[in-house]
Design a protein around this ligand. Structure first.
Ligand SMILES: O=C[C@H](O)[C@H](O)[C@H](O)COP(=O)(O)O
Length: 124
């Protein structure tokens, strides 16, 4: 079955240092490779995508090292009560295991054929 997705977020962010830039101040210089590892950039992108998640959403849960940060963040937000009533539709067995470990309730497209938002790595 094909899911209807209202929004899909591509987590590739070309200028992550501008994500939270206060426009009344001069922009900070781009971080050097030494200052920000690839994994840290993936974490920033994932957390930025998770900012779009709202309580009650059905989420497509992606696979990979970027998605891992998103799954962990969603789990943290569920635990602290900032998010509730989330249902995750994993895209792989890996995503199912990682999401379950993060405490995200899981379902499938038969039970939830309409996905509100999908979060995956930069290749999707
Ligand atoms: O099939 C590809 C996956 O869905 C991810 O988009 C891809 O593996 C990206 O992974 P990573 O975040 O580890 O670069």
């Amino acid at each position: 079955m094909r899911a209807a997705c209202s929004r899909t977020i591509d987590m590739a962010i070309p200028f992550p240092h501008l994500l939270h830039h206060d426009r009344s101040q001069p922009a900070a210089p781009p971080p050097t490779c030494a200052a920000r590892s690839q994994d840290e950039l993936k974490r920033v992108a994932a957390h930025r995508a998770v900012e779009l998640v709202q309580s009650g959403m059905v989420l497509g849960l992606g696979t990979g090292s970027t998605a891992a940060h998103a799954l962990d963040r969603i789990g943290d937000l569920l635990r602290c009560g900032a998010l509730r009533d989330i249902v995750g539709i994993p895209t792989s067995e890996w995503a199912a295991a990682r999401a379950a470990a993060a405490g995200i309730p899981l379902s499938d497209l038969n039970a939830h054929p309409v996905v509100d938002l999908s979060i995956d790595g930069p290749t999707r």
